[in-house]
Design a protein around this ligand. Structure first.
Ligand code: URA
Length: 446
């Protein structure tokens, strides 16, 4: 294999054979191809695109760069969910225990915050003591024992993705549909799942700002899942405004805990969080074989939430992974859980809130300490915002728009938070987070 000739052919728009992509990725993973050649290949792939066969070959090569877990000896169809990333997206924290409470095992390997978007691992670690670094034998044993486990990517899982992602991050090659799809699917397929549900986000706070791109990403992800014989369904969800009310690690974890406890979280109700959680759970329960249809899955999921069974499963999960159970009982008692400032509506604010810029608030939360400027930076688990005013709410100058949480309030950019809100004299049209559903054959709607 001559990497130069491969990248020249890709640069010139040729399609590569699956075996060529495999050889390139294998050589890169073991250090035989240097970063500069791989970076050139990634840029060629970014500009010329990869067809479905090439994207599947890339996924396969990345998947087999490490260990592919086999959980087939454990009972039940194992189903996971993956979100393409957004602002205020704490859904995994509710969904994993909820689906497990309904009898479908959930082996979940998650990531940390990336750019302006948060990560499930950072949110789990906001629970004092919660250990996301289980070994693979521990991961298997916990899944078998309680039906749910949530950990971070280990060195054994898709090491090619780890290297390639870091390279893409610094070479302007992140926002490519086939590269994102191969990155996500290689990790998910390595987990030992039988089926997958994808939450593909579209809008200001998502990686895919345009709905057409998000649809294409959903189709590519589902196509790869099917190519690997893993039933895969994608929901297209709106990510223009932050999801729910909280942004930041502990604020989001506290919101998830409150919903599972059946209580109203800080700031007020979060109907959109519940809608997205139940819609994803409905699909997972269907693919997991405990419901005949997504509609049947929805009924089971609703019952698990309302009965408190999902919350009981969260307690089991947190206990199993060493987390402090006291904060599940009383989320507001955690260190840093009290607001340190308020953001108020400016003088020109009147009428209704018509938009809240998720991207701007995502970055404001990062600056406050909820995310990282560099990979090795620590995060402030308490840092973030809770929206007291949502899109569609009436507003007057001086009203509190959001409360602020932070160990170091001097990092707050209050103007950026204030500027994220848009107003109009007329209320905006009501919209749903749930935009569409793709089952591999067609977009079906809800
Ligand atoms: N998430 C991933 O895991 N990979 C990407 O390329 C983008 C988002």
């Amino acid at each position: 294999m001559n990497p130069v000739s491969l990248l020249i052919r890709k640069r010139d728009g040729e399609c590569l054979a699956a075996s060529e992509i495999t050889d390139l990725v294998t050589a890169y993973t073991r250090g035989a191809v240097p970063d500069y050649q791989m970076a050139a290949f990634l840029m060629a792939a970014f500009i010329q695109g990869l067809n479905d066969t090439e994207a599947a070959a890339l996924t396969r090569a990345m998947l087999h760069s490490g260990e592919v877990l086999d959980l087939s000896d454990l009972p039940g169809l194992k189903v996971d969910k993956h979100s393409t990333g957004g602002v205020g997206d704490k859904i995994s924290l509710l969904l994993a225990p909820l689906v497990a409470a309904c009898g479908v095992p959930v082996p979940m390997i998650s990531g940390r915050g990336l750019g302006h978007s948060g990560g499930t691992l950072d949110k789990l670690e906001a629970i004092p003591g919660f250990n996301v670094n289980l070994s693979i034998p521990e991961y298997r044993a916990q899944l078998e024992r309680i039906g749910v486990v949530m950990i971070g990517q280990t060195a054994e899982i898709a090491p090619a993705d780890k290297k390639l992602y870091a390279l893409r991050d610094v070479t302007g090659t992140v926002e490519s549909i086939p590269l994102i799809a191969a990155s996500i699917m290689s990790k998910k397929l390595a987990e030992g799942i039988d089926a997958l549900v994808l939450d593909v986000k579209s809008g200001r706070g998502a990686f895919m700002k345009e709905e057409a791109d998000a649809r294409k990403l959903a189709e590519t992800l589902v196509g790869i899942g099917r190519e690997f014989d893993k039933p895969t369904v994608a929901l297209l969800t709106d990510m223009n405004n932050p999801l729910g009310r909280s942004i930041g690690n502990w604020p989001e974890t506290a919101e998830a805990i409150c919903v599972l406890r059946g209580e109203t979280p800080a700031g007020g109700p979060v109907d959109d969080v519940i809608d997205v959680t139940l819609a994803l759970a409905a699909e997972m329960l269907h693919l997991g074989g405990v419901a005949d249809s997504p509609d049947g899955g929805y009924v089971q999921a609703r019952h698990a939430l309302d009965s408190g069974h999902a919350f009981e499963k969260l307690i089991e999960l947190v206990e199993a992974q060493g987390g402090d159970l006291a904060v599940l009982d009383a989320p507001s008692t955690r260190k840093g859980a009290q607001p340190v400032a308020e953001i108020r509506a400016p003088e020109n604010a009147a009428g209704y809130v018509t938009a809240i810029d998720a991207l701007a608030l995502g970055w404001a939360a990062v600056h406050l300490g909820a995310g990282r400027a560099k990979k090795e930076d620590p995060v402030d688990p308490s840092a973030g915002f809770v929206l007291t005013t949502l899109v569609g709410d009436p507003v007057e100058p001086g009203d509190v728009l959001a409360t602020v949480y932070a160990a170091d309030p001097s990092r707050l950019d209050a103007e950026a938070v204030q500027a994220a809100f848009t107003y109009d004299s007329a209320p905006p049209a009501a919209t749903s987070r749930l935009l569409d559903r793709y089952d591999g054959a067609q977009w079906t709607g809800f």
